[in-house]
Design a protein around this ligand. Structure first.
Ligand code: SF4
Length: 501
């Protein structure tokens, strides 16, 4: 439960073949996925060859019923895409955040394109140069701009979507799950050749509406049925006959982000047959099997809501220990916590979670949590539990130790910010002040997901990245980091500068 850790984006898009307004679907699709990005959000609809756009900072706002007509007027059309975003590329000042809000658009030689994107580009510097040449005056705000302009440039050359998307898949390195609309009203979605980020497809009960969503929760909220998870290197278009699937690139291995299972995805979403919460329960059972000595010494389980809850149930089922529901999230505090007075160092935790002191006093507590990134929040929680009188604090962490940065859209882009990048589990236990920090093993983690090892990206926990440039930057920067170099920004954005220095 690291306060600082954020995912890049959530994507939703829909088309209504009976030409009914699509905005309500986009709206609810984004509301269901606001956990994937809360710095900004945007809607874009297509009507008679025109794009209609609405972009704002913060969470997707509530809409009053009596304001619905106003929204239909503002965002007319039967095709639309939307995005919730947390920035992992570009600047983060307010002006830049507004400029980088998606969906983004680009136009050239009478062609026009709009895209909503989730992921991260690794060969940013090369693509930026290329785009500036192709589009004089191009100003980079985020990776979605790069994807949109690259696709448009290829579309201008190739004149057909299939060839343009195929070139993007071959020439862009990174994670990209994209939904988009062309000037002619062609509605499409595609994924990078490794399929790093999620994107699924579904339809309404009467088959009049077809949609793309980062998570199945975005389909569920609209009452849609899930059809399939888009495959790596696949382009999907929609016609009156439904989805058309075309595999454009097939020579690479799948590398779905392992961290989606532990932290980012909603527990009620699914990427394959199992729901995420079922996988997290199995993570909990695995932690008991792997740490039987500690379990023997425990008195109770405490979860850090919400991502710790499912694992806590698994720990409870496997160990028989009581899961004391003594930590609860303050339901309506959703914004980032700030401290009004500087007296209480635990304030940031208190603003979000209420832990009941009498329940932990004198107890040997097993705390379930999803991950440790910087370790600052975890350390404060352990201190707080000790202050409340806990006799022992054992941490059961479902995601294996994070030892390397992410290049594919998760906000942990340097070695320096990761406590696990140069500390052993024993040292981490000491720094955090716990009696034990028990990470789930990589082997058990993989087994619980139901995926094979070669179908997952495990980059941040193994330092073996699925794409070549990411591996090269990671290796070179790790060497520099261990030699004492201080990273001044996200590795994929500073790599070339550092190389030249
Ligand atoms: S490096 Fe880690 S967080 Fe990033 S995509 Fe791979 S598994 Fe996910």
């Amino acid at each position: 439960m690291e306060e600082q850790l954020k995912i890049a984006c959530g994507v939703f898009g829909a088309i209504d073949l009976q030409k009914q307004p699509v905005f309500p679907y986009i709206y609810w699709g984004l509301r269901a996925q606001n956990h994937r990005g809360h710095q900004s959000h945007g809607f874009l609809t297509y009507n008679n060859g025109k794009f209609h756009v609405y972009r704002r900072l913060d969470l997707v706002q509530k809409i009053k019923t009596n304001a619905l007509q106003e929204w239909f007027g503002r965002l007319p059309g039967h095709i639309g895409i939307g995005n919730v975003r947390y920035t992992t590329s570009g600047k983060t000042d307010e002006k830049s955040l507004i400029k980088g809000t998606q969906p983004v658009t680009a136009s050239k030689n009478g062609l026009k394109l709009a895209v909503s994107f989730n992921g991260n580009v690794v060969n940013t510097l090369q693509l930026k140069k290329e785009t500036m040449k192709e589009f004089p005056g191009f100003s980079y705000e985020c990776d979605a701009d790069l994807i949109c302009h690259k696709l448009l440039a290829e579309l201008t050359k190739a004149k057909d979507l299939v060839s343009a998307v195929k070139t993007c898949m071959q020439e862009i390195e990174g994670a990209f799950s994209v939904a988009g609309i062309t000037k002619d009203g062609e509605f499409f979605a595609f994924k990078d050749p490794y399929g790093i980020r999620p994107l699924c497809a579904g339809h309404s009960e009467d088959y009049s509406t077809y949609a793309f969503s980062s998570e199945t929760a975005g389909l569920d909220i609209n009452g849609f049925e899930r059809d399939f998870e888009i495959k790596p290197g696949e382009l999907i278009t929609v016609s009156k006959d439904g989805f058309k699937r075309e595999k454009l690139v097939n020579d690479r291995r799948k590398a779905f982000c392992a961290f989606e299972f532990a932290y980012f995805a909603r527990p009620d979403s699914r990427f394959d047959e199992k729901y995420v919460y079922e996988i997290r329960e199995e993570f909990g059972r695995n932690l008991v099997r792997e740490n039987s000595d500690i379990v023997k010494n425990g008195d109770m389980i405490l979860s850090l809501p919400e991502t710790g809850n499912d694992a806590a149930l698994g720990v409870h089922e496997e160990s028989g220990l009581r899961w004391e529901r003594a930590s609860r999230r303050h339901r309506y505090v959703t914004e980032r916590a700030f401290i009004l007075l500087n007296r209480e160092r635990y304030s940031t935790i208190d603003k979000k979670i209420n832990i009941l002191a009498p329940k932990v006093k004198g107890k040997r507590v097993i705390v379930t949590d999803d991950s440790i990134v910087r370790g600052d929040t975890t350390r404060v929680i352990v201190e707080k539990l000790r202050k409340m009188g806990a006799k022992k604090v054992y941490l059961f962490i479902t995601f294996p130790r994070i030892i390397g940065p992410c290049f594919y859209g998760i906000d942990m882009a340097t070695y320096g910010q990761l406590i696990g990048s140069k500390r052993s589990p024993k040292e981490i236990t000491r720094i955090i002040g716990a009696d034990a920090v028990c990470y789930q093993s990589i082997k058990s983690f993989i087994k619980a997901t139901g995926f094979n090892r070669d179908q997952l990206c495990l980059g941040c926990i193994t330092c073996k990245y699925p794409t070549p440039l990411a591996q090269k930057i990671a290796d070179e920067m790790k060497k520099k980091f261990l030699e004492g170099y201080e990273e001044t920004g996200r590795l994929y954005e500073i790599a070339e500068t550092v190389e030249k220095a």
